[in-house]
Design a protein around this ligand. Structure first.
Ligand SMILES: Cc1cc2nc3c(=O)[nH]c(=O)nc-3n(C[C@H](O)[C@H](O)[C@H](O)COP(=O)(O)OP(=O)(O)OC[C@H]3O[C@@H](n4cnc5c(N)ncnc54)[C@H](O)[C@@H]3O)c2cc1C
Length: 408
């Protein structure tokens, strides 16, 4: 085989193979699953939120250097990635102003995956599906790969390798953490890994009984009392706890750092809630809360504050306000676990950014190896940011690996 081998045909690997092959390099992509891009197919509820409309480094989390992150995103700016999909790949895009997300106009994740695979083949790369890389060993000039296919193990040579085998979330898509095993065998270390963008479990049966209800909230994550992040998004109650964009975005703080989560229902602080209630002070408090919150949630909050729903706002005693306002504006969510990798959209942690050269994504541990995508200790928020990371790093790793091969 030799030439350049891309290990993994997800978002990052397809982009790496495409850009490497466009330079004229001989490129083979080895994908362990029966098809490339299984995660793209299920992304965005089958619609594929392939990019955000706007992005800055605060949309990403890494335990490594934020300067390196910024530098990497400067290699392919969001507007150029967007026009690449629209103009180069010819995928008509739909910009959803209210959510700030970009989808294909066709609303079809399959169309995006198919167009990417087609572009990789058009560029001249060879794709081998059901080829699972079991081991990668440096052999002086390049690498020898052990590849499982149809029940047999073969050995293949590669002059350059791009490791794009993802993380370990949703292992049934093929990303079962083998990227981490392959990277460590080549000398890399790993930061601790956790499920991220993951629904959380709650021990509170009254909250779980609200399953199916969605509420806009302003959430705050606090680690040892210190505020680490605060944003406004929607929370969804589930049969096991809480989910929705607010919780998925906040989950990594809880899972990794044991953060506590506080929510301000409807995004209002104590003063905002009091002003809202008193704007029509002759009305019952349950009516005023239900104007902004689902009825069953307002009933629960009033019950916890020990206030009968029929109490008129004007009749509320200062003691009752003191019990009610923190429940409305700083409700601490009881959390006792997460739904694990089987439900997580991404893996937090992985290969530290400090172990690659930021200008090329070439490994500092193993010359000729390039890395991209979720294998790194980087995650993005919900909203197309994780694909943005995969596209940007995939392109850089693919082009750099091809340039390195051309120089050899
Ligand atoms: C349900 C769900 C919905 C999502 N929706 C969105 C969304 O709408 N927008 C967004 O931005 N992000 C979304 N994400 C996150 C996004 O899918 C990932 O961030 C992205 O796919 C990571 O790309 P990657 O190429 O690094 O890894 P992956 O897409 O996981 O690709 C890795 C590939 O490598 C292959 N592989 C693994 N090990 C080997 C091996 N040893 N040999 C050969 N091949 C191997 C795997 O089979 C896989 O095809 C979603 C994730 C999930 C789980």
């Amino acid at each position: 085989m030799a030439g350049l081998v891309v290990v993994g045909g997800g978002a990052a690997g397809l982009m790496a193979a495409l850009f490497a092959a466009r330079t004229g390099a001989p490129v083979s992509l080895l994908e362990g699953s029966r098809a490339c891009g299984l995660k793209i197919l299920i992304s965005g509820g089958g619609r594929c939120n392939l990019l955000p409309m706007a992005s800055d480094p605060s949309d990403f989390f890494t335990t490594g250097s934020r300067n390196v992150l910024k530098r990497l995103f400067r290699t392919w700016r969001l507007e150029d990635v967007t026009s690449f999909f629209a103009e180069d790949l010819g995928i008509a895009l739909r910009f959803e102003e209210e959510s700030g997300k970009v989808f294909p106009a066709s609303q079809s994740a399959k169309a995006v995956r198919n167009r990417l695979v087609e572009a990789v083949i058009e560029a001249g790369a060879e794709i081998r599906t059901s080829h699972r890389v079991e081991a990668i060993e440096p052999d002086g000039e390049g690498f020898e790969l052990e590849v499982g296919h149809a029940g047999e193990t073969r050995r293949l040579r590669a002059d350059r390798v791009v490791l794009a085998a993802g993380g370990q979330s949703l292992p049934k898509t093929g990303s079962d953490g083998s990227a981490f095993r392959l990277a460590t065998a080549l000398g890399h270390s790993l930061t601790p890994r956790h499920p991220a963008l993951v629904p959380l479990r709650s021990p509170d049966p009254e909250l779980r009984a609200l399953a199916g209800i969605a509420v806009p909230v302003r959430w705050q994550a606090r680690v040892h009392g210190k505020l680490v992040e605060e944003r406004e998004r929607e929370l969804l109650f589930t049969h096991r706890g809480v989910s929705g964009p607010a919780i998925l975005d906040a989950s990594h703080w809880v899972v990794r750092d044991g953060a506590t989560l506080r929510v301000a229902w409807a995004g209002l602080d104590e003063e905002g809630w009091r002003r809202h209630a008193e704007a029509e002070s002759r009305k019952r408090i349950d009516q005023r809360l239900s104007d902004l919150l689902p009825r069953r949630l307002s009933e629960l909050l009033l019950a916890r504050a020990g206030i009968p729903g029929r109490t008129r706002v004007v009749q509320l005693h200062p003691k009752q306000w003191r019990r009610l306002l923190p429940l409305l504006a700083a409700f601490e969510l009881p959390i006792d676990g997460d739904e694990g990798y089987a439900k997580a959209e991404v893996t937090s942690g992985g290969v530290p950014l400090s172990e690659v050269k930021p200008s090329t994504l070439e490994s500092r541990c193993s010359a000729g190896l390039f890395l991209c995508g979720e294998v790194f200790d980087v995650i993005g928020r919900m909203g197309g940011f994780n694909f943005l990371w995969a596209w940007v790093t995939g392109r850089l790793a693919g082009e750099s690996a091809a340039a390195s091969l051309a120089r050899a």
